[in-house]
Ligand binder design. Structure first.
Ligand code: PLP
Length: 386
């Protein structure tokens, strides 16, 4: 079955849903056992998932878990109330005091804050590495204490592509679990399991829901690691809201359709910006001049709506405000993945490894579902103020 067919059918079974196309919403903390025998059976089971308790299971949550596992070809998926809440789970599942974790320096800002503020406090050492430079020496960063490798590709704000199979091959030999934040690509454009990844994070807040009205996160794992992930999230009592689960399920049938259009819109914009005389560089992995473009081509089947570009000169906030005021379509907003186009002005000064990647202002665009010509006109018109 092709992906687009799967997306329409997954997570919904009209026969179980009194004939309705979409599943119901199950709300509640309490589930009633059929009889005393069932209760005894439940007490004696080791399988967390089987217990009749709101935190442990919910029918529509189960449907969504199976749907995301199918899309990611994972053994199991658990769901968190935000993408950020899903990011923290592998750290708690795999790390103990005294361990070390390797993370690419271009990681999502709040992941860095979580590591620096909480994980470090637990006596765990965090080692950041550059996503593209000196990657041949990656093995040298690993010690006996390295118990987790956490990746995000493309990285936040600068969209650097990591050679994932190169890293997972090393990790597999040394029995170190690998995690990737795959939110940018979603299951439509990247198959992390095929690249050797063990655990996949997807902030469903973005593309899977796709309508900017839900916060939700997924953690999909392979056979070897799913039990630790599932027991950690359940022990922490982390579950998603039932309406959010319903809305994420509702996002699935249109996921590929939305992403294909978003991909086209963003690529057209990036190509146009690359030729603009005021622009120094465009950081979009599908553009052939970018570092590791060939690796992106090998490992991804498409590109999504989020990328950035740098100006040749550095302009003051006053000038940037004038530029922004000209925009009619692109609005300032962080959480991408919906239908609306967004713009932000990222800071990357928290990175450990300093590099001169660009000269002027860094501008991040998210191309949504408006007409591509209108999106391009909007940005080109605003750039005239410089
Ligand atoms: C790459 C990436 N991962 C995770 C998240 C976190 O998702 P959420 O907003 O649901 O916490 C974001 C949010 O911007 C993101 O960009």
């Amino acid at each position: 079955m092709k992906k687009s067919t799967k997306l329409v059918k997954l997570g919904r079974d009209p026969l179980k849903q009194k004939g309705f196309i979409n599943p119901g919403i199950y709300k509640g903390s309490t589930m009633i056992f059929k009889n005393f025998k069932e209760y005894l059976h439940d007490i004696n089971r080791k399988d967390d998932d089987s217990r009749l308790y709101g935190i442990k299971s919910n029918p529509s949550q189960k449907e969504l878990e199976v749907a995301i596992s199918t899309l990611y070809r994972a053994k199991d998926t658990v769901i968190a109330p935000t993408g950020m809440a899903s990011i923290i789970i592998p750290f708690f599942a795999f790390l103990n005091s005294g361990d070390e974790v390797l993370i690419n320096d271009s990681v999502y800002g709040p992941t860095r804050i979580f590591c620096n503020d909480i994980i470090k406090r637990l006596g765990i050492k965090i080692k950041y590495f550059h996503p593209t430079q000196n990657i041949k020496n990656f093995k040298k960063l690993i010690t006996k204490k390295t118990k987790l490798i956490y990746l995000e590709s493309p990285g936040t704000a600068t969209f650097d592509i990591i050679d994932i199979p190169f890293i997972t091959k090393i990790a597999k030999k040394l029995n170190i679990p690998t995690v990737i934040d795959n939110t940018w690509a979603s299951p439509i454009f990247c198959d992390p399991i095929k690249l050797g990844i063990n655990v996949i994070i997807d902030a469903g807040t973005k593309y899977i829901n796709g309508h900017s009205d839900v916060l939700i996160g997924f953690i999909s794992s392979d056979k070897k690691h799913y039990k630790k992930i599932r027991s950690t999230i359940k022990t922490l009592g982390i579950i998603p809201g039932s309406e959010e689960v319903y809305l994420a399920l509702r996002g699935l049938p249109t996921l590929e359709l939305r992403l294909k259009q978003i991909e086209k819109n963003a690529l057209e914009m990036a190509t146009k910006l690359k030729k603009h005389p005021l622009i120094e560089d465009v950081f979009h992995p599908a553009l052939s001049h970018t570092i590791n473009h060939n690796i992106w081509k090998r490992d991804f089947t498409g590109s999504s709506g989020l990328f950035s570009f740098s100006m040749k000169k550095h302009y003051s906030n006053k000038m940037i405000e004038r530029f922004y005021k000209k925009l009619k379509i692109f609005k300032i907003g962080y959480s991408w993945g919906g239908f609306d186009s967004l713009i932000t002005f990222p800071q990357i000064d928290k990175r450990i490894i300093k590099e001169k990647k660009y000269t002027g202002n860094l501008i991040r665009l998210y191309c949504g579902l408006e007409d591509s010509e209108d999106q391009i006109k909007d940005i080109m018109n605003a750039l005239k103020i410089f």
